[in-house]
Design a protein around this ligand. Structure first.
Ligand SMILES: Cc1cc2nc3c(=O)[nH]c(=O)nc-3n(C[C@H](O)[C@H](O)[C@H](O)COP(=O)(O)OP(=O)(O)OC[C@H]3O[C@@H](n4cnc5c(N)ncnc54)[C@H](O)[C@@H]3O)c2cc1C
Length: 585
């Protein structure tokens, strides 16, 4: 690994300070272990037979694996134990960290039996009361909680994982909004009406027009609201893959940036919002009049009731990772493709299981369009995670043989259908314009690390790249030339319909060239709980279910049968915020 960006976990200052003048010097032990995204080096600093600090050099995801490392390291140091529970939803990283710490203790000659004490947990009450109960602490749930605080209310967040963030934390965080300030500077003409038309066109006009309209109308204001919570956005807009237009905003810190900014805001109001992690909502509680008044949850086997005097918001995300359920519902756009375990998923696996649909169904909610499942072309083979996805411009999609086969700017369903037609696997080829150096970081990994892990290949010449990837060098050359012809203006548009659309579209004329193997992966589920524009849940007769609200990927109707890239985060933020306001009305 190049830049040794050590993540400093909590240092035990007291422990160090307490050492006597004659105390033993620090001894550093090191062990490298395979973690979730890449190998991770864990250094344990021992002093006087105790764990004085744990330092890791990891490529784990912010808010997920990195959260587990920080949280568990703190617990291990504070309690001088390796007997800590895995973080739910980050168990691979948790186990890797614990294993590496144990190996370091062994190297240090420590008696492992002395590092086994169990940490006592504070018991939960049988019930809690607040005005609003939010089920799910991902993007939509956090936006809902922040808007409850602003409206002067109180809320409880019930989150089944060991941390907040859900799939939002691992997302790219691209956000579509009309934004004259940035767009005018780039000569991009846009309007709310145009964003609406693109959203409907992308969704094949299956969207609920009112929901789509409110999304695009509120997206700019909600972006400024997020900026007010400390979330920065890049100075330029771009077209997110399948985003259909240049109105995508890059959030600082990607998807984790939203989680970080909103959870920091919420943490500042501990008397307003309480968070219960490791607590899975299993049913809704209704009163005799049929109003939803609470949620029953399970925490470590214990049943806990969360009562809400004003409303319950379901914000549990999608069901992309639930392989059996998604295949059972797969009668729509992907019916010819088996969405079984051979098709990976980009989502946070434990989060997106479709729990919220079951909760809502129990109280008679109308569940719509579950067959509208979105695949994304950016899956890393086998894992599905988007760690090696070269998002942005200056890359072409090629068949295993090296032919271009699709307009890279097409909607996601068109892209994935074309990939399946070519056998389900393809290459993305780029060059130094995209990756100026081997240290260039794309998501969690640098291109150099991707090459080491076999997630990318490089060649100084087209021929070298072809020989490493099995592509036909003549085809590869011709493919690059056809792209270059479009971006240099030699042709107005190539035979697939691709044309230069931004000043960033640059020709690929010299090496090093890079090729990344990619597969389509299940990415988003457009169907879900039917809501109105106030995020109130509707029953099968179109009537509001009193006390029940829903927001984010768990809802249906906003995106039609194909979500436009960059509208997912906007949906979670816009309707999350609306749901909090509506619940308190
Ligand atoms: C890799 C990736 C990249 C993406 N990139 C983009 C992008 O750049 N732009 C864009 O617009 N969209 C993107 N998306 C889509 C977007 O991230 C999601 O649509 C959005 O984040 C969903 O937010 P949410 O709050 O509805 O769900 P989530 O963020 O998944 O949150 C749901 C939460 O509910 C919890 N939960 C579930 N069931 C229960 C239960 N029974 N009890 C308690 N808690 C429960 C989950 O653990 C989770 O924390 C991406 C998605 C992925 C996976």
């Amino acid at each position: 690994m190049n830049s040794k960006a050590f993540q400093l976990t909590a240092a035990v200052a007291a422990l160090l300070a307490a050492g006597s003048v004659n105390a033993e010097a620090n001894k550093v032990f090191s062990y490298t272990v395979q973690a979730h995204n890449a190998p991770m080096t864990v250094d344990v600093i021992m002093k006087d037979g105790k764990i004085a600090n744990i330092l890791t050099d990891s490529r784990e995801s912010s808010g997920v694996g990195k959260f587990a490392i920080a949280d568990l390291s703190k617990k291990m140091i504070r309690n001088q134990t390796v007997n800590v529970d895995n973080i739910t939803g980050a168990s691979v990283t948790s186990m890797a960290l614990k294993y590496a710490v144990k190996k370091n203790l062994e190297q240090a000659g420590a008696d492992l039996s002395k590092f086994q004490s169990k940490i006592a947990k504070a018991p939960l009450n049988d019930s809690y009361k607040s005005e609003v109960v939010i089920v799910g602490g991902g993007g939509a749930g956090l936006a809902a909680a922040a808007s409850v605080i602003e409206a002067g209310g109180t809320a409880v967040i019930v989150e089944k994982l060991g941390y907040l963030g859900g799939s939002t934390a691992v997302s790219g965080g691209g956000y579509n909004a009309v934004d004259p300030e940035r767009q005018n500077r780039q000569g991009v003409t846009d309007s709310i009406e145009k964003h609406y038309q693109d959203t409907m066109r992308g969704g094949h006009n299956k969207n609920n027009p009112e929901l789509a309209k409110r999304l695009v109308e509120e997206a700019p204001g909600t972006m400024h609201w997020l900026e007010g919570k400390g979330l920065g956005f890049g100075p330029k807009v771009h077209t997110i893959v399948g985003g259909l237009y240049q109105r995508g905003h890059a959030a600082q810190g990607g998807g984790f940036g939203y989680v970080n900014a909103l959870s920091r805001f919420i943490k500042a109001y501990p008397d307003k919002v309480k968070v219960f992690t490791d607590t899975q909502a299993v049913s809704l509680i209704k009163d005799e009049q049929g109003r939803v008044i609470g949620v029953e949850g399970k925490n470590d086997g214990k049943t806990v009731k969360f009562f809400a005097s004003k409303g319950v918001i379901i914000a549990t995300g999608g069901f992309g990772s639930n392989v059996d359920f998604r295949q059972a519902k797969n009668t729509g756009v992907w019916k010819e493709v088996k969405l079984d375990k051979d098709i990976p998923c980009t989502n946070n696996f434990k989060a997106s299981q479709g729990d919220g649909l079951k909760l809502a169904e129990q109280v008679g909610a109308n569940i719509i369009d579950l067959d509208d499942i979105q695949l994304h072309p950016g899956g890393t083979p086998k894992t599905g995670i988007m760690s090696s996805w070269p998002s942005g411009r200056n890359r072409i999609f090629l068949t295993p043989q090296g032919d271009r086969f699709v307009n890279e700017d097409a909607a996601r369903d068109t892209l994935c259908k074309a990939i399946f037609k070519e056998g389900g696997k393809y290459w993305i080829v780029s060059n130094h314009v995209k990756y100026p150096s081997l240290d260039y970081q794309s998501k969690n990994l640098t291109i150099g690390e991707m090459i080491k892990l076999g997630q990318a290949f490089s060649g100084n010449t087209v021929e070298e790249l072809a020989s490493k990837t099995g592509m036909d060098p003549k085809k590869l050359k011709a493919a690059i030339q056809s792209y270059n012809d479009a971006v240099t203006g030699k042709v107005k548009e190539d035979s697939f319909g691709f044309k230069k659309s931004t000043k960033d579209d640059q020709p690929m004329t010299e090496g090093p060239y890079y090729a990344t193997p990619m597969v389509p992966a299940v990415h988003h589920t457009m169907g879900g709980i039917q809501i109105n524009t106030n995020a109130q849940v509707l029953d099968k007769n179109g009537k509001v279910i009193p006390g029940l609200f829903a927001a984010g990927e768990v809802t249906g109707g906003v995106h039609g049968s194909n979500r436009v890239g960059g509208n997912g985060i906007a949906d979670a933020m816009v309707y999350g915020r609306i749901s909090g306001q509506s619940a308190l009305k």
